[in-house]
Design a protein around this ligand. Structure first.
Ligand SMILES: *Cc1c(COP(=O)(O)O)cnc(C)c1O
Length: 400
């Protein structure tokens, strides 16, 4: 799964390029930097890799979602629809811009259910945010068609899906924009970092300004200090060292994906030994980034029995139905509207429809599905011994 397994000479060389100039800042220092602009180069290469025109690097995948929502004009009182199975970061970013997250069910793709999406669109919906969870795509064509018909922008959260394609197109290039994370456990990593890609120049320009205190980045005689601004921004700038690592990791991304596919195929063959097993629906199997293997058992009872054996054998799988960071019913702080703001913002607004409430049991289909689902992350470094070890455990689990 993660690029951290393959940090090596390429990353070191890239970092030394930066340290040799002594310029850590992505802007300015023209005399000193010998033409080295790692973040800018990373943006251009990453956008090209995904088949989009523009890339905007930022400090994290969470910041990427927030910056994208800002540029899309999402704000207080708006609703953003996302799925109830995602990492908390997705909806933290929605709350950060003052909007309210609305959650859909997932289907057997383990991503946004387009039918439920259609039910949840309201006059307040300002953005639709499917997440390509666990390395594999949502039914993105259907989701974008629903967004287009309603005139609502689709932002793809691709934090977990670098290298994933749908019918030849990279995820993130299908909606209005797409966001990526390069945190320490993602398929490619810069330690911390994120990126937004889009074909929309105006949208990209807004992101570029917002993530740098509003700086318009137009050449002028006063340099950076003389730059203008159109609106109030913030600081989510990526630094040169991250850009340098990103360039080295991006160059290896297709190799990571190829290795993941091979390892996932072997893992899937082993897991197939379990009775009643079925696998996650992949809208485009050939485009799968293969960072995870998700499989379903007959019911939560069998899932519990099987995973108890696997855990005993030291190869327990993840049950996201019970995971407190990735699944709606386990987000007790969200359910309670627990923000730091003393006035309850953004849940308690006089100009909104009053307090938005969530109930733990509002996504019954997702609950049923995730309760019988188990997930193995696919590592890059898996040798014959490791597969044999897992196979022995699976064979044991198959008999309970
Ligand atoms: C990791 C992740 C993020 C956030 O990325 P960070 O770089 O850790 O801030 C957002 N969405 C999803 C689905 C993620 O898995």
């Amino acid at each position: 799964m993660p690029g951290f397994e393959r940090l090596g000479e390429e990353e070191k060389r890239q970092i030394l390029d930066v340290l040799d100039t002594g310029v850590l800042f992505r802007y300015e220092f023209g005399d000193q930097r010998n033409g080295i602009y790692k973040v800018k180069e990373f943006e251009e290469k990453f956008a090209a890799y995904t088949g989009t025109a523009y890339g905007q690097a930022v400090t994290s995948g969470t910041a990427a979602v927030k910056v994208a929502l800002k540029a899309l004009g999402v704000g207080i009182g708006d609703e953003v629809i996302t799925q109830g199975f995602t990492f908390v970061a997705t909806w933290e970013a929605i709350l950060e811009v003052g909007a309210i997250p609305v959650f859909t069910e997932i289907d057997e793709s383990l991503n946004m259910d387009p039918e439920d999406l259609a039910n949840k669109i309201s006059p307040k919906t300002k953005c639709i945010m499917p997440v390509h969870m666990l390395g594999s795509a949502a039914r993105i064509d259907e989701i974008v068609a629903i967004g287009d018909a309603a005139g609502i922008a689709v932002l793809e959260d691709c934090a977990q899906a670098a290298g994933c394609r749908v019918k030849g197109r990279h995820v993130g290039s299908i909606g209005r924009c797409g966001t990526f994370s390069f945190d320490s456990v993602k398929t490619m990593t810069t330690g911390e970092g994120g990126m937004i890609v889009t074909d929309d120049y105006e949208l990209w320009q807004s992101m570029s300004e917002y993530q740098d205190h509003g700086h318009d980045h137009r050449p002028n005689p006063g340099g950076r200090g003389g730059e203008g601004r159109r609106f109030i921004g913030f600081n989510y700038r990526m630094m040169e060292l991250q850009g340098a690592i990103g360039l080295a990791q991006l160059a290896k991304l297709d190799d990571f994906v190829a290795t993941q596919r091979r390892n996932k195929d072997r893992l899937r063959e082993i897991v197939s030994l379990l009775p009643n097993v079925s696998f996650r629906h992949l809208p485009d199997e050939a485009g799968d980034s293969a960072s995870h293997l998700a499989f379903m058992l007959a019911d939560s009872e069998q899932r519990r029995r099987v995973n108890a054996v696997l855990q005993e054998e030291g190869v327990g799988a993840v049950c996201f139905g019970e995971n407190s960071w990735h699944f709606f019913p386990q987000w007790e702080h969200l359910l309670a509207g627990a923000t730091q703001a003393a006035n309850g913002w953004p849940f308690n607004r006089e100009d909104s429809a009053g307090r938005i409430t969530y109930s733990q049991d509002q996504l019954p289909d997702s609950m049923q599905l995730l309760e019988r689902t188990l997930v193995y992350p696919v590592m890059l470094n898996m040798d014959d011994n490791r597969f044999a070890f897992i196979e022995a455990a699976i064979r044991k689990a198959a008999s309970v």
